[in-house]
Design a protein around this ligand. Structure first.
Ligand code: ADP
Ligand code: MG
Length: 320
């Protein structure tokens, strides 16, 4: 089971009344976590593909499934939940608020989601501790930062809402090597718990950090190279996830059953008594048919109402 399934994706623009394909026949499965790099020359379609994964662009052909759900069936509410909770972007030009401080920029996604300021600040400081950013920078305006510092702020801002997917479009202007490595280290750390998809043209760093490299040329995937050892582990993690999910569902079903044990016992006893009474009454009298049927209906209504209620509770608590 994969987090993303892309089936025969195509993306074209209408140029001079002709279809100009910028992506063609892209089929991919992406796991729940890991560091995946999309590598290719300028104009090969990397950003277009990344935008599809983040649902800020839609395919002209084919289907994308995220967590088994068809992107094309998303309603407005699903899309805003997806953008605010499931995915984070690190754009080529960072899109930081230059006049605001570093701390404010990192806090922004949580503030937008309506989390109170005090809690947001705590979360931001915790994150900053984890990712060893220079604390003297926190009160600086973003306009006063160097390129490397700005990218690191953009990365922390992308981590703060604990997204399942981080999509990073690497800046074309070269970062200095130290900063570039720091950025990769931070993304790598994050890829232990989320899916990180990085677009780059730097094959040296891609080889060093990636669990999988997808090579693109002229809108097509020309090679898909996986680090087999790590990839097997990723598969296992997905299986664990699935098992945990099943256990989680079983636990809820069991707990609900125990919680309602008395009521269930009562329902079963009532039903049994009803059936026995039915047989007895039927043996003695044919004239009581109507009242027997009514009593049966009552018992079945009660049984199905409690089953429906239980089903509703289980699906309301589902994370999906
Ligand atoms: P990359 O990120 O690999 O540099 P992109 O995904 O940005 O490539 O672009 C892929 C191709 O799509 C490029 O040839 C680009 O010119 C073309 N393209 C992007 N947007 C448009 C558009 N609005 N109309 C026509 N062609 C476009
Ligand atoms: Mg690009």
């Amino acid at each position: 089971m994969a987090l993303y399934e892309l089936n025969n994706i195509g993306r074209y623009y209408q140029v001079d009344k002709k279809k100009k394909y910028v992506l063609k026949d892209i089929s991919l499965s992406l796991p729940y976590r890991g560091f995946i790099t999309i590598l290719g020359k300028s104009g090969s379609g990397k950003s277009t593909l990344l935008n599809m994964l983040g649902k800020i662009d839609n395919p002209s052909e084919g289907k994308i499934y995220f967590n088994n759900q068809d992107f094309s069936k998303y309603k407005e509410k699903d899309l805003s939940t997806f953008h605010s909770k499931a995915v984070s972007f690190i754009f080529q030009h960072y899109h930081l608020l230059n006049k605001q401080t570093v701390l404010y920029n990192i806090m922004l996604p949580l503030l937008i989601s309506g989390v109170e300021e005090k809690k947001t600040k705590e979360e931001a400081l915790k994150l900053i501790d984890d990712f060893s950013i220079n604390k003297e920078l926190l009160d600086k305006r973003c306009s006063d930062l160097s390129g490397g510092e700005r990218e690191r702020v953009a990365i922390l801002r992308a981590f703060i809402n604990d997204p399942k997917v981080i999509l990073a479009d690497e800046p074309t202007g070269a970062l200095d090597k130290t900063n570039s490595i720091l950025v990769k280290e931070e993304l790598k750390k994050r890829s232990k718990s989320s899916l990180v998809v990085l677009v780059t043209h730097n094959s040296e760093l891609a080889n060093k950090y990636s669990d999988r490299i997808i090579y693109m040329q002229d809108g097509k995937i020309i090679k898909d190279k996986r680090n087999k050892t790590i990839y097997n582990q990723l598969d296992r993690i997905v299986l664990d996830k699935r098992n945990r999910k099943t256990n989680w569902i079983n636990r809820i079903v069991t707990t609900n059953f125990i919680k309602r044990f008395k009521r269930n016992l009562f329902s079963i006893s009532a039903l049994t008594i009803g059936l026995v009474s039915l047989m007895l009454i039927f043996g003695f009298s044919n004239g009581k048919d109507n009242s027997i049927v009514k009593s049966m209906e009552k018992q079945f209504d009660y049984g199905s109402a409690s089953i429906n209620k239980e089903n509703k509770l289980v699906s309301n608590d589902s994370p999906i």
